[in-house]
Every structure is written in structure tokens, then in C-alpha cells.
Design a binder for this molecule. Sequence first.
Ligand code: NDP
Ligand SMILES: N[C@@H](CC=O)C(=O)O
Length: 393
Amino acid sequence: MEKNINLGIFGFGCVGQGLYEVLNRTKGINARIKKICIKDPNKSRPIDMSYFTTDPKEILDDPTIDVVVELINDTEAAYHIVSTALRNGKAVVSASKRMIAENLPALYQLQVENKVPFLYEASSCASIPIIRNLEEYYDNDLLNAVEGICNGSTNYILTKIFEENLSFETALKQAQELGFAETDPTLDVEGYDPKFKIVILLLHAFGTFVKPEEVFNFGINHLNDFDIQFARQRNCTIKLIGNCRRQNGSVNAYVLPHLIREHNLLYDVYNEYNGVLLESAFTDKQFFVGKGAGGTATGSAVLSDISALLYNYRYEYKKIKQNNQPAFTNDVQLKVYVRYCTPDQVDLAEFYNIVEKYESPEYRYVDGTINLQKLNDARGLKNKDVNLLVLEQ
Ligand SMILES: NC(=O)C1=CN([C@@H]2O[C@H](COP(=O)(O)OP(=O)(O)OC[C@H]3O[C@@H](n4cnc5c(N)ncnc54)[C@H](OP(=O)(O)O)[C@@H]3O)[C@@H](O)[C@H]2O)C=CC1
Ligand SMILES: N[C@@H](CC=O)C(=O)O
């Protein structure tokens, strides 16, 4: 039976304002904003000041507020808000992927102990309803892989580089101005943000808890004109891809830039859009696409969670309960291109095999197979002169 709910919102930045707009323009949802907690009392706000407070207790201790919506850009404060709200018996909706990925076991436990729902669809690929699909539709052990573009900012940057010849710096600045990038954009361009999303998706896909630091991420900030030329000469583009895959009884995961050919469904995912490919035993591939960043796109996913709470929806984490979770491993082989400048920057002995070697006075590259754990341990990859691309397997 549908009820009326009062919302207490934390954060009124890109996503908070997006939610406000989406809520105002959506008829038939019995939810009203009672209070919005922000950080800076002196910032001018586009709506009536009577909504705002800087005191979290005005939301967390208010018995008339049913749902806490956490949309802030401070991981530690976000965990404090979410855990206090759950302990206080309030349902919670959040978009903070870093906070969620870093605290998944504790957040799961808090939901069990306090018997309250915690929904976070917006945290992973924003407008794409991927968590609820993994929870409800792929409710069995037939799912083999979840892979795709899970970061809007880097996809926006790569689109602008490949389609409009913009520089990396100009494209990043645009992604920041449009509200797509994190407050610290290195989280986007170095592949941390999509890694947080992969950690969340991996739990809902396979029931396995993985710490973000166990998953290897390499972003797009080492990309140079030579790599772009390498891709173009092969009629390919470059996309930053997050991947988690069940193989031989274990599950592996990573975030790495990939060389993508035209026939690949991810090739045509442009700008801030994300695309997620699921592979399961009898259906082969299924593809989800939608905006992966931005105020109203993310706000609409937050509103969908609020609406789901009206119907008493909660994640059941069925795959955790199934007790056949695959263990996490980095022991998997990848076909890669590694570009570098001087021989000391890359240890070629680490490769399982090398199929192509190129040398010019300016750049060198190898194309070969290497173990993911070896990539994870390779210190040379920290050097800006070294770049890595996964080649189609
Ligand atoms: N932007 C996007 O496309 C997406 C963002 N997300 C996630 O959503 C969250 C919010 O992102 P976004 O809206 O872009 O961030 P913004 O930087 O635009 O806004 C952050 C908001 O958080 C408020 N804030 C910060 N610390 C506190 C605190 N301790 N108590 C109360 N309010 C606080 C700020 O207050 P003040 O206004 O006073 O500065 C501001 O209103 C982040 O976790 C982000 O990763 C998820 C999906 C998509
Ligand atoms: N910075 C993130 C925002 C959404 O999660 C991105 O670019 O995808």
C-alpha cells in the first residue's frame, strides 16, 4: 500500500538540485522535501532558504523524516550520515559510490541489524537501472560477466578527443563544468570512480565482497597522440571499461582502457552515456545504455529509489545468501598494448608472450599477453611515459 513520505536530503549540488527538479516535475510520487542539510551556510541557493540547515541532527533526529537521501561529496561524512540514519531506523537512499564501495560489508550488516532498506541505484552508472536488474532479474548463477563504460566523465573526454579532436584538458574542463566529474577529477581520469562502481556491481552480480584496493584500475590520463593514432589506424576507438567476470569458479575484475572495434556495442556509447553489457549462460549478451552522469539523470535514479521505498522495496542480496559466491582473483591473462619510451620502463620478461614489438626514436610498444596480477604489481605503469590498452581478447 502506498504511503506519504518526508525526505531529509544531504547535499544540494549537482545531484541534489537534479533530484529537486525531477521531484518537482514528477506527478504522483507522494514524497515531500522537509529539510536539506548543506555544508556552506553562506552559499546562495536557487530555492527558499527555509529548506536549508547545516545541522545534520535536524534531519537525523527528526522522527517525522522517513527517508534520508545522502548526496554529498565527502566520503567520511557520508558514511557517518548513512550509518547514523540506518541505526536511527530510517530508510536511506545514496548516490555516493566511493563511500558505498569502501564500506559495503558494514553497510550490509547495518541493514540486516536495523531491518531498514538502503538503496543506491544512482551510485552505479547513474540512470541505468543496473543494480535492481542484477538483484531481481539475474537472480541465479547463470550470469557470467558484467562489463562496460561506468564513468561518464572519461567517456565524455574520450568522445571529444576521438570525435572532435579536442585536447584532453579542454574536454576534462567541459566535463567538470557540466557537473559530470567528481570534486577530485583524478578519481575519474585515473579509473577509481568506475572501480567503485564495479565493486558494487560485483556484489550484486556474484555475491562477492571485494575491497576497492584489491581491484586494479588504470585510467586515461597517460593517453597521448601516439596511442590515439594507434587506435585510429586500426579503425578503433578507446573506451575506459570496467569488467567483472566469473571464470573457472572465481571472479576477476579490473578497470582499464580498451581498444574498441566498430562492431562492439560499446563503440557507439558517446559523451556522458554509460553502457553495460551482461553475459549469461543462455542469453549471450544483453546491453543497457543510458546517461551515466549529470544532475537530472542521476536525480531520476535517486527518485526511482525513493519511489521504490514507497512500495517497501529493499535489496535482498540473494546471491550473498546463496552461499556459492566465487572467490576473487587477479590471476587472469589479458592481451594488452603497452607503450613506453625507454627500455627500462617496462619489464618484457613479465609477458607470457609478445606478438608484436615496435621501436622508433620517440616511442616503443609491445602487444602481448600478461597476467593481471603482474600489471597490478608493475611499478613502471606509474610513469606517465607508459600507457596501457587492453586489446580485444
Ligand atoms: N555528479 C554526478 O553526475 C554524479 C554524482 N554522484 C555522487 O553523488 C554525490 C554528490 O555529487 P555532486 O552533487 O556531483 O557533488 P557537488 O559537489 O555538486 O555537491 C556536493 C554537495 O554536498 C554538500 N556537502 C558536502 N559535505 C557536506 C556535509 N558534511 N554535510 C552536508 N552537506 C555537505 C555540499 O554543500 P555546499 O552546497 O554547502 O557546498 C554540496 O551541496 C557524490 O558522492 C558523487 O560521487 C553519483 C552519480 C552521478
Ligand atoms: N564522476 C562520475 C559521476 C557519476 O557517477 C562520472 O563521471 O561517471
